[in-house]
Design a protein around this ligand. Structure first.
Ligand code: PLP
Length: 391
């Protein structure tokens, strides 16, 4: 598209819902081509099918992910719906295995759509305490022979990190299709396709877009049949991203590497600071040797970083004191660190754990921090001052 626009340095925004096909032979050609689902169609037909801005953003993600194809959707959950639905076959349903510590919205999708509406045979794989056991995983695969396995490399909010390469290798040995939701680790830290995963997906709403201002999802892979199936399913159910959001995503993707590097740097420095502070009881961060899955994080990510989420517990003699100090801390920082129920923004944001996760994590002094890309010293000073002022 760029080549046809000598004045433009980036793909102009194509808001057309239907594209101009000039004459009858061109229209016939466009519809004939459509069945090929080629990556760069010569002719566009209808906005819900394909769009040049969406294709341009997909090209950028392919480069970042190192994938043969990427398909964008209007949210992370839409990408999850596409990734899961393309493996669903009426005459070969099979059993599907999901790791238990995955995004709550994905768990609700599994319960309310896959099980309740689509009647699928779903199984959950639970960690042993704070870690997933590869031996138990293999035993489960031997018995269940699941058709599809889905996991996240870093869990939320306890940040359990698994050695994804080994889990993929074992799952593939037992013939499963492997889907990795890599939203928290991002391609900066790990590329599951290089280890044999069939599909990697992201809530691009988070680090890929990175500014808390675009809702988007993306799935990527290397197998052409899966690409075709993903493009067809997106068209059938209408999970298309808007051209405006795709164009903004293109701009924001240019700084993804730089941003994520700074996210990880800030989080690591802050985690070290917090773990040495007297008002902090516990810090969960995969980059700290005290995290139960630190070795997995080192094996999987090497020295690139450990992500940008920190979960920490404020010190207190009893639950009431913890709760009081937690509220006090949030009030002290809330003009700079806003309470926002998401993650991956360029600004540091936070969520108290108990009001959000309830009975699952009934820890009144616990906070999840999504660390941004601010100046490191400024951020640590802000948090240090708030902690030092606690009763
Ligand atoms: N996957 C993970 C790991 C997430 O954290 C989220 C949202 O928080 C999603 C998927 C869903 O993404 P979206 O909110 O863009 O639909």
């Amino acid at each position: 598209m760029k080549k046809n626009n000598p004045l433009a340095t980036r793909t102009p925004i194509y808001r057309d819902t239907g594209f101009h096909l000039v004459d009858i032979p061109t229209m016939q050609q466009a519809f004939a081509n459509e069945h090929d689902y080629s990556r760069n169609p010569e002719l566009y037909i209808y906005g819900r099918y394909r769009n040049p801005n969406v294709a341009a953003a997909e090209e950028m993600i392919m480069e970042i992910e190192g994938s043969q194809w990427s398909v964008l959707a209007q949210s992370g959950l839409a990408a999850i719906d596409i990734a899961l639905s393309i493996f669903q076959e009426h005459d070969n349903p099979g059993s599907w295995l999901f790791f238990s510590e995955i995004y709550g919205g994905t768990n609700h999708f599994i319960d309310n759509v896959l099980i309740k509406r689509r009647g699928m045979d779903i199984h959950r794989f639970f960690p042993d305490g704070d870690e997933y056991s590869i031996e138990k995983f293999e035993a489960t695969l031997r018995e269940l022979r699941p058709k599809v396995v889905l996991f996240e490399a870093i869990s939320n909010p306890m940040l359990i990190t698994l050695n994804g390469d080994r889990f993929i290798e074992v799952a593939k040995r037992y013939g499963a299709r492997v889907i990795v939701d890599n939203t928290f680790a991002t391609p900066f830290l790990w590329k599951p396709l290089d280890s044999g995963a069939d599909i990697v997906l992201h809530s691009a709403t988070k680090y890929l877009a990175g500014h808390g201002s675009i809702s988007a999802g993306v799935l990527s892979g290397n197998c052409p049949e899966l690409e075709k199936a993903a493009l067809e399913y997106r068209k059938l159910v209408g999970h298309m991203l808007s051209p405006d959001d795709a164009a903004r995503l293109c701009e924001q993707l240019k700084t993804f590497d730089l941003r994520f590097q700074q996210h990880c740097h800030n989080a690591f420095e802050l985690a070290k600071f917090l773990s040495n502070h007297s008002k902090i009881e516990k810090v969960l961060y995969p980059g700290l040797p005290t995290h139960t899955t630190h070795t997995n994080a080192v094996n999987l990510f090497g020295s690139k970083g450990y992500g940008a989420i920190i979960t920490f517990d404020i010190e207190g003699k009893n639950p009431d004191e913890k709760q009081k100090r937690c509220n006090q801390f949030i009030n002290l920082v809330k003009d700079h660190i806003l309470l926002v129920p998401t993650l991956g923004d360029a600004d540091t944001i936070l969520m108290p754990i108990e009001p959000v996760w309830g009975d699952k994590y009934p820890f009144p002094g616990m906070i999840r921090l999504s660390v941004g890309i601010e100046n490191t010293e400024w951020l640590i000073n802000l948090i240090s001052q708030a902690l030092n002022s606690l009763d």
